[in-house]
Design a protein around this ligand. Structure first.
Ligand SMILES: CC(C)(COP(=O)(O)OP(=O)(O)OC[C@H]1O[C@@H](n2cnc3c(N)ncnc32)[C@H](O)[C@@H]1OP(=O)(O)O)[C@@H](O)C(=O)NCCC(=O)NCCS
Length: 166
């Protein structure tokens, strides 16, 4: 399946909301539209011949980037859209000279962890009972190379707080 990654546009928001509702409940359209005008937010969609397959939202904090959301339509999973989105993020971060890309992922989310590990991320910490249901988050990190490809990982600090050892 051919997958292209491009910036999210206002017209993509209904499709993005449909995908979001499949994995963590609906967010308001206005929240997404606010992200589209936030200069610190990097919002992308993966598209195929049938339209929007998935989306990614990251936050640019100068020396590091935090991946907030990445999700793919359940009907389009395991076809490379998630990899295309996260690869695009690492490329963007690398070309901007960002030192680290961080993210939090549920301890039990094996598909997402498989995706991140396949692109060079490593678990560097744990946030205990991070989610409202009490599940721990694992903190993953990757260091994009200057060419944009994923490089080595780091056990340094994570964006936005303290982290217990993994
Ligand atoms: C995680 C998610 C984005 C992956 O998207 P995807 O388009 O299915 O992933 P890809 O097809 O690009 O897969 C890339 C790699 O990720 C790993 N992977 C993907 N799905 C997997 C699964 N169900 N089990 C194990 N590994 C998996 C594999 O290494 C895969 O490579 P391979 O297909 O060559 O084996 C998707 O499952 C999703 O939307 N999940 C719900 C939202 C979510 O949990 N987001 C993460 C929040 S932190």
């Amino acid at each position: 399946m051919g997958v292209a990654v491009r910036p999210m546009a206002d017209a993509d928001v209904p499709a993005v909301l449909r995908i979001e509702a499949t994995w963590r409940g609906p967010r308001r359209a206005d929240d997404f539209r606010a992200l589209l005008t936030d200069p610190r937010a990097w919002c992308q969609v993966a598209v195929g011949p049938q339209g929007v397959l998935g989306y990614l939202i990251a936050h640019d904090a100068d020396v590091e980037v935090e991946l907030h959301d990445v999700a793919v339509d359940p009907a389009a999973r395991r076809s490379g859209a998630g990899r295309a989105l996260v690869t695009a993020l690492l490329t963007w971060a690398g070309t901007r000279g960002v030192a680290q890309v961080f993210l939090e992922v549920r301890q039990g989310n094996e598909p997402a962890q498989g995706l991140y590990r396949s692109l060079g991320f490593e678990a560097v910490g744990r946030r205990r009972r991070y989610y409202s249901d009490g599940e721990d988050a694992l903190v993953f990190s990757a260091t994009p190379s200057s060419s944009g490809a994923p490089g080595s990982t780091s056990s340094g600090g994570a964006a936005g707080g303290t982290v217990d050892g993994a």
